[in-house]
Design a protein around this ligand. Structure first.
Ligand code: AMP
Ligand code: ZN
Length: 111
């Protein structure tokens, strides 16, 4: 399987890493949609939130997102998003949380 986020997690593809722990990695999004746009991923491959069953890993991912927000100074606010599967708009099929902030964000969904 050729998964770009698995390759990043294995150190076989470049990324600007901002947070690391034994099971979780966070790195800058290649095409940022806000002044801060970081992706938080499990090092092990999970397709999407639909497939996630490991509660400890779920907790580690969410805590990593919070740590990224703090380390980026997002005290004014931020958003954590995960797109899952086709209707969710998921493009990279390796579970990831988007941490976005650094500006006043618009509505969560287009109305
Ligand atoms: P999603 O649509 O939720 O699957 O989001 C995928 C995200 O991954 C997009 O925001 C892309 O800009 C980002 N992305 C794709 N490839 C890379 C990469 N090699 N390094 C960093 N971000 C990436
Ligand atoms: Zn993967």
């Amino acid at each position: 399987m050729d998964c770009i986020f698995c390759r990043i997690a294995a150190g076989q593809a470049p990324a600007r890493v901002v947070f690391e722990s034994p099971r979780v990695l966070a790195f800058e999004d290649l095409h940022p949609q806000a002044p801060v746009h970081v992706l938080v991923v499990p090092r092990e491959h999970v397709d999407s939130l639909w497939e996630l069953v490991d509660g400890a890993l779920a907790g580690e991912l969410l805590l990593a997102a919070a740590e990224v927000a703090r380390s980026k100074g997002l005290a004014r606010g931020f958003r954590v998003i995960t797109n899952a599967r086709r209707d969710g708009g998921q493009e990279v099929e390796h579970l990831h949380l988007h941490v976005v902030g650094g500006k006043r964000l618009g509505r969560m969904l287009p109305s």
